[in-house]
Write a protein that binds this ligand. Structure first.
Ligand SMILES: *[C@@H]1O[C@H](CO)[C@@H](O)[C@H](O)[C@H]1NC(C)=O
Ligand SMILES: *[C@@H]1O[C@H](CO)[C@@H](O)[C@H](O)[C@H]1NC(C)=O
Ligand SMILES: *[C@@H]1O[C@H](CO)[C@@H](O)[C@H](O)[C@H]1NC(C)=O
Ligand SMILES: *[C@@H]1O[C@H](CO)[C@@H](O)[C@H](O)[C@H]1NC(C)=O
Ligand SMILES: *[C@@H]1O[C@H](CO)[C@@H](O)[C@H](O)[C@H]1NC(C)=O
Ligand SMILES: *[C@@H]1O[C@H](CO)[C@@H](O)[C@H](O)[C@H]1NC(C)=O
Length: 496
């Protein structure tokens, strides 16, 4: 054991023989109110509920963007998307850019400590010329998955085990059908969604087993396609939940989580593995009863209201994390520094926005995080931050609805950009639904709060150097992944 690791172990109060393993599950478009353990009455999530009962459940955990690619970039780098250039919006199959290769991912941090690393599922941090931006170029030894969202290709004929044999909804047209990749090779195009979850689950199980056999610490990153639109499920889950396709998709994800935890147990590493579950952004409410649910939170995907960015989140590590619920502030940004600390790895030499939350996990200490910044899905230097949470207060400088959160009774989820001066101020402990702005004129004490928030905002924005936008680098249809690279006419010929 080297000195760094020994010090880490002493500080933690546990001297473990080996650095811990990490399993990180990132659900897609999942709401704060969607899991059984977060109060949903008809979702079926027995494995996640058991994880919550035996682990630490967060009530105040945030992602950094109400949209896929930027949220993923922050999770893997510990940096706001504005720094890494993963804005505005998301990557497309033909995008020229990707998460810059000089950014340091959690996988790259852990590689320095001899970890074996794998990603399975939805990448969505770029593909690029000859797969320049795939996980295997960003610190992952292995990858099985789709390089982007599964609705980013014609999928209207996707088969599910529903009475009409069809999944619900249509997807992007005029692009290649969705490919499945093993490392950087296309193995299927189009993909079979019915068998997909089983492939991931098998891949994850095999990866855990082979890492244990080699006595290598491991990091498994599973950004799931579930529960993103169009929801699908294979044989084991279709029709089994009470909630229809959304519930089935969630149940299939829950099954995989159960199988991964069972594999950890069977291989004797459950008590040396941190399993962390959270999601990339809030639910797509525009799907109405077929979308996810924000529970008590306002609006969903695409907005900087709580429903877009406060996420269900569970940390599970039997023997090390005491079961309970925490109301401390935490974020996806904090996972990189926390994993680094637990693994005894050095932090990358960059401006990090994340803070180490080891104390919070292992000793139920205070969070080092006091503020959370809210950028819109199309951030720019002129508007800057849309909102800031400081302690229990949240100030909105701008609010903007989004089509993905449309169709809800609250019209503020879909209206256009509004500037608020003074900012709309909410007490999130008293009014988590952001329904009742505080009247600052009547409460002089709140002037101080606003002053403090303003100071934090100025300080933070002075530190923010916007990275060159990777998404505005544009698209080139020739870059779309194709199993027969030289074929024509594209995209139809990319079919194997
Ligand atoms: C990566 O390279 C770009 C372009 O040279 C540079 O602007 C950026 O600061 C670099 N990022 C990091 C994290 O080093
Ligand atoms: C991409 O790969 C193909 C086939 O290996 C090669 O011919 C081509 O030069 C590569 N393109 C770039 C930009 O590296
Ligand atoms: C879907 O099915 C329709 C009708 O069967 C067919 O015309 C269309 O080409 C199919 N689309 C794809 C992407 O396979
Ligand atoms: C984990 O459990 C095994 C037995 O299953 C035990 O030998 C080992 O000491 C435990 N490790 C820790 C860190 O508690
Ligand atoms: C909702 O929208 C109205 C304008 O239509 C605005 O006056 C009000 O402050 C908004 N409420 C919230 C909570 O954003
Ligand atoms: C805030 O309180 C003041 C003083 O009671 C009142 O005049 C004003 O109308 C209130 N503002 C709002 C937006 O309710």
């Amino acid at each position: 054991m080297d000195l760094l690791l020994l010090l880490g172990a002493l500080v933690l109060g546990t001297v473990s023989a080996a650095p811990p393993n990490f399993v990180l599950v990132f659900a897609d478009d999942l709401g704060f109110g969607d899991l059984g353990c977060y109060g949903h009455p008809s979702s079926l999530t027995p494995n996640l509920d058991r994880m919550a009962a035996g682990g630490l459940r967060f009530t105040d955990f945030y992602c950094t963007s109400a949209s896929c690619s930027p949220s993923r970039a922050s999770l893997l780098t510990g940096r706001y998307q504005t720094r890494t250039g993963v804005y505005p919006g998301v990557f497309f199959p033909s995008s020229i850019g990707g998460l810059p290769l000089n950014e340091t991912t959690i996988a790259e941090v852990l590689k320095t400590r001899g970890y074996s690393t794998a990603a399975m599922g939805k990448w969505h941090l770029g593909f690029g010329t000859n797969g320049t931006f795939l996980p295997v170029r960003q610190g992952f030894d292995h990858f099985l998955g789709i390089p982007y969202s599964h609705d980013q290709g014609p999928c209207d004929n996707m088969t599910c085990f529903y009475p009409d044999g069809k999944c619900f909804g249509t997807c992007d047209q005029d692009t290649v059908v969705v490919p499945l990749m093993k490392d950087d090779i296309i193995t299927e195009q189009p993909i079979s969604f019915i068998d997909l979850e089983k492939s991931y689950s098998d891949f994850g199980v095999n990866f855990i087993k082979s890492s244990v056999k080699k006595q290598q610490p491991f990091f498994l990153y599973y950004p799931a396609h579930h529960t993103h639109y169009p929801q699908y499920a294979g044989r084991g889950a279709a029709g089994r939940s009470l909630r229809g396709p959304f519930g089935d998709s969630l149940l299939e994800l829950d099954d995989t989580i159960g199988r991964l935890i069972e594999t950890l147990r069977e291989n004797g590493v459950l008590n040396n593995t941190l399993v962390f579950f959270t999601a990339d952004n809030g639910p797509q409410l525009s799907l109405m009863s077929r979308g996810g649910n924000s529970g008590p939170l306002k609006c969903g995907k695409g907005t900087t209201y709580e429903g877009g960015m406060r996420m269900p989140s569970i940390a599970y590590w039997p023997g090390t994390i005491r079961p309970g619920v925490t109301h401390e502030l935490a974020s996806t940004l904090d996972l990189l520094p926390t994993f680094a600390r637990l693994a005894g790895a050095k932090l990358p030499d960059v401006f990090l926005d994340g803070v180490d939350m080891t104390e919070l996990l292992t000793n139920r200490g205070k969070s080092k995080r006091e503020v959370m910044m809210f950028y819109p899905i199309h951030p720019n230097k002129i508007h800057g931050l849309f909102a800031i949470r400081l302690g229990k207060y949240k100030a909105h400088y701008y609010t903007e609805g989004n089509g993905r959160s449309g169709s809800t009774p609250d019209h503020n989820c879909s209206i256009s950009l509004q500037f608020h001066h003074p900012p709309l101020l909410f007490d999130l402990e008293a009014d988590v639904s952001e329904n009742y702005p505080l009247n600052v004129t009547e409460r002089p004490d709140l002037q101080d709060v606003l002053e403090q928030i303003k100071k934090v905002k100025l300080q933070f924005e002075a530190s923010m150097v916007f990275g060159e936008s990777q998404i505005e680098k544009g698209k080139d249809p020739n870059l779309e992944p194709c199993c027969r690279p030289q074929c024509s006419p594209k995209p139809q010929c990319c079919h194997c």
